[in-house]
Design a protein around this ligand. Structure first.
Ligand code: UDP
Ligand code: GLC
Length: 424
């Protein structure tokens, strides 16, 4: 039987058992000198497959910085994530094998077999590195596969932070099967980013959903408070956005399941609203990005749709919006952008599936709509546009909930507990 830690995802009011060492007032980007690990913190080797900045990587960024004194990060591909980690004081090693990086989520068995030699090299390299640490923390699915397969070589406790909903909507049969068996045989602890992700793991493995504690991502709400949006016109001018239009902002990488195409359809039904798409096709979805531009032109709304590309300063961009929309057509495992929109003090409209329903309470701190329903999204945007008081009430509650339920301090505290437990 696995030892358990606090499994209640919403038990945010529990007393902290260890002092929180993170300085919550540190400027973003500043090295977290006061946030390094307590002496009791084990030495952790973190592994992440991506060099890009997706949500799982932002979650690791804070944790790796917090543990930087005695830990190291292995990335299985190079990219901007490495520089962000290093800027926060984390030691980073890139162990890249191009053929393995190229294996996609829906890969066939044949494609997986072709990369076996390269995989073996990576498994051995990670295992060799892991021997110098107390715990191996795997942050993504390829990291899970390569880190867990090396368990007979490194013999270290393995903890996996599951960021995905493990269903056929998101993954291929082969990948799900590999995950199922590795979790059963070679992973000591799993922590999950939402109850929805936990349920999918339980269905896949047959284990009880409560076996994996839910640890929600923490969002640095202070970074949003620091943005001065008193003069919205000046702020928009600085970002080269329309100064007087009513702006709906959609934040996230451009990918079909993130549903940017649904937002375009919705905006086409509301003549006086503009849409700002903040994000880039991070994982090879360039064709989708191109289709979005064509769709905007075909719908005759190209002048009201603004493609901002990837932006580092999300707090400022969010504060420049009137409403934040989230449009994932498949269940979103968690959805950092939703909590960020809430922390920005903006009303958030999100699709009611997956982890989102654990964050947004319809009509209280946000607005939920059916996924992939452009009419419903258009109606929701119109409703908030027409009723500024309702929009403000939702935004006020959202801002307070983001701070009380999704703090970085709480996230780091619970993660530290999970890592210490795994090391025991
Ligand atoms: N993000 C960013 N710049 C952008 C678009 C997104 O920094 O231009 C960040 C966003 O603030 C959020 C993360 O990327 O923290 C996306 O995480 P989320 O959990 O919403 O989705 P994921 O991409 O992980 O599925
Ligand atoms: C994944 C999920 C996203 C979640 C993020 C952080 O990228 O797609 O929903 O917010 O991980 O846990």
């Amino acid at each position: 039987m696995r030892p358990t830690i606090d499994v209640s995802p919403l038990s945010h009011s529990l007393p902290l058992t260890q002092p929180v060492l993170l300085d919550p007032h540190a400027a973003p980007g500043a090295p977290l000198a006061t946030a390094t690990a307590a002496p009791a913190m084990p030495r952790v080797l973190f592994v992440d497959q991506s060099g890009q900045l997706g949500g799982a990587e932002f979650a690791l960024l804070e944790l790796a910085a917090h543990c930087s004194a005695r830990s190291e990060v292995v990335l299985l591909a190079d990219g901007p994530f490495r520089a962000r980690l290093e800027a926060l004081g984390a030691r980073v090693q890139v162990i890249d094998e191009v053929r393995v990086s190229g294996v996609v989520r829906q890969a066939s068995l044949m494609n997986c077999l072709r990369v076996v030699p390269a995989m073996v090299r990576q498994v051995r390299a990670i295992a060799a590195r892991a021997r110098a640490f107390d715990v191996l923390f795997l942050n993504t699915q390829k990291a899970l596969v390569l880190g867990a397969l090396g368990k007979p070589l490194h013999r270290k406790p393995v903890i996996w932070y599951q960021h995905d909903i493990l269903t056929r909507e998101h993954f291929g049969r082969v990948q799900l099967s590999v995950v199922k068996w590795l979790v059963r045989l070679a992973v000591d602890h799993v922590v999950v980013n939402s109850q929805a992700s936990a349920r999918s793991l339980a269905e896949l493995t047959g284990r009880d959903a409560s076996a994996a504690p839910v640890i929600y991502n923490g969002i640095d709400a202070d970074a949003f408070s620091r943005v001065d949006d008193a003069d919205l016109v000046a702020l928009r001018r600085r970002l080269c956005l329309p100064e007087h239009a009513w702006l709906a902002g959609l934040f996230g990488r451009l990918a079909p399941w993130k549903g940017q195409h649904v937002a375009l359809e919705a905006i086409a039904r509301i003549p006086d609203v503009h849409l700002v798409l903040v994000g880039a096709p991070l994982f090879g979805e360039d064709a989708y990005a191109q289709r979005l531009r064509e769709q905007a032109a075909a719908l005759g709304i190209a002048d009201r749709v603004h493609f901002a590309g990837f932006q580092d300063d999300v707090p400022t961009w969010m504060k420049a919006m009137d409403v934040i929309v989230h449009t994932s057509t498949e269940p979103e495992p968690f959805g950092r952008v939703i909590v960020e929109g809430m922390a920005a003090g903006r009303p958030v409209i999100a699709t009611a599936a997956g982890g989102v329903t654990e964050i947004v309470r319809h009509g209280r701190n946000g607005w939920l709509v059916k996924p992939a329903d452009a009419d419903a999204l258009a109606e929701a945007i119109k409703a908030l546009h027409a009723d500024p008081e309702l929009a403000q009430r939702l935004a006020d509650q959202a801002s307070s909930d983001a701070r009380s339920e999704f703090s970085v301090a709480r996230y780091l505290e619970r993660m530290s507990q999970a890592i210490k437990l795994a090391a025991r």
